[in-house]
Design a protein around this ligand. Structure first.
Ligand SMILES: Nc1ncnc2c1ncn2[C@@H]1O[C@H](COP(=O)(O)OP(=O)(O)O)[C@@H](O)[C@H]1O
Ligand SMILES: [Mg+2]
Length: 269
């Protein structure tokens, strides 16, 4: 069976909150199997973009499409069902559950059983349980969580909690994974692992990754292309080396994070 995996097309997207334009005519195409980084100073509209794609915000104008289906205007659950999953900027795990149980919740959500039936282990949720447990194994491996699968989520350092959130999103078996600041509040070591994990998701998870991240250095390292948002506008979308050399990008970051754009090892070819 061939699975439809077209690009996620964002066209002329605008989002207005009263007098504030969170997004202004943003157009960007997120290709299958690519890591697309989205950078921009605080308030640039990065989270708003993810919120529009996932149906949390309804854009004021413009369109979002994938595989010939219009996504803007659909409810969040309907958008998840088309193969788009996300993590949140602020942690949304169930702290008292283990890593494995949190990831299982992602599976249950995909099958529409909801959390209560899953937790009480009743009905079809319970019958599906052993099959789902087998599905969770490879996801935990992919994210390097297998050794701590039975630890409570709230006992883990923040970086591993963020990774558990990513695992739970992957349990929805998405074709597009949206990550909102997965490196925020994590250690340098966590960031290095995160780069490797994002590449693994792209290469072995049959999933494209749209990565919003404040850590520009990390975005440049892991992304195939980078989109730059500034005051709700998309300044450019290009390869990391091109973006890092662009004077508009440097200007957008001046006084914010000048060091972030000193990037040692980017291919310029
Ligand atoms: N729910 C909301 N209500 C009002 N204004 C909002 C809302 N969400 C975002 N904004 C505004 O939209 C702009 C972009 O915000 P956001 O997308 O969170 O930026 P980023 O994630 O890049 O920091 C900001 O000016 C912010 O205050
Ligand atoms: Mg944000």
């Amino acid at each position: 069976m061939t699975v439809d995996r077209g690009p996620l097309v964002i066209e002329d997207l605008a989002l207005q909150f009263g007098g504030v334009a969170a997004l202004r005519n943003v157009s960007v195409t997120h290709e299958p199997d690519e890591v697309l980084g989205v950078i921009g100073p605080n308030g640039a509209g990065k989270t708003s973009l993810i919120n529009c794609i996932t149906g949390i915000y309804r854009p004021t104008s413009g369109r979002i499409e994938r595989n010939g289906q219009r996504l803007d205007g659909l409810r969040p659950e309907a958008i998840v069902a088309t193969g788009i999953a996300r993590t949140f900027q602020h942690n949304q795990l169930c702290g008292q559950l283990t890593v494995r149980e949190n990831v299982l919740l992602g599976c249950h959500r995909r099958l529409g059983y909801g959390m209560v039936k899953a937790a009480l282990r009743i009905g079809p949720a319970w019958r599906a349980e052993s099959r789902l447990r087998a599905e969770v194994g490879p996801i935990l491996e992919l994210l390097g969580l297998a050794d701590i699968a039975d630890d409570r989520a709230d006992s883990l350092p923040y970086g591993l909690q963020k990774r558990t959130e990513m695992a739970r999103a992957l349990a929805l078996r998405p074709q597009v994974l949206l990550l909102d600041e997965p490196a925020a509040g994590t250690s340098d070591e966590d960031r290095e692992s995160l780069v490797a994990i994002i590449r693994r998701i792209r290469d072995h998870g049959s999933c494209s990754v749209l990565l919003i991240e404040h850590d520009v250095r990390m975005v440049m390292e892991v992304s195939d292309r980078v989109a730059v948002l500034d005051w709700g506008e998309c300044l450019m979308v290009d390869r990391p080396a091109v973006v890092a050399a662009d004077e508009r990008v440097v200007a957008a970051y001046l006084g914010v994070d000048e060091d972030a754009l000193e990037l040692p090892d980017l291919e310029t070819s």
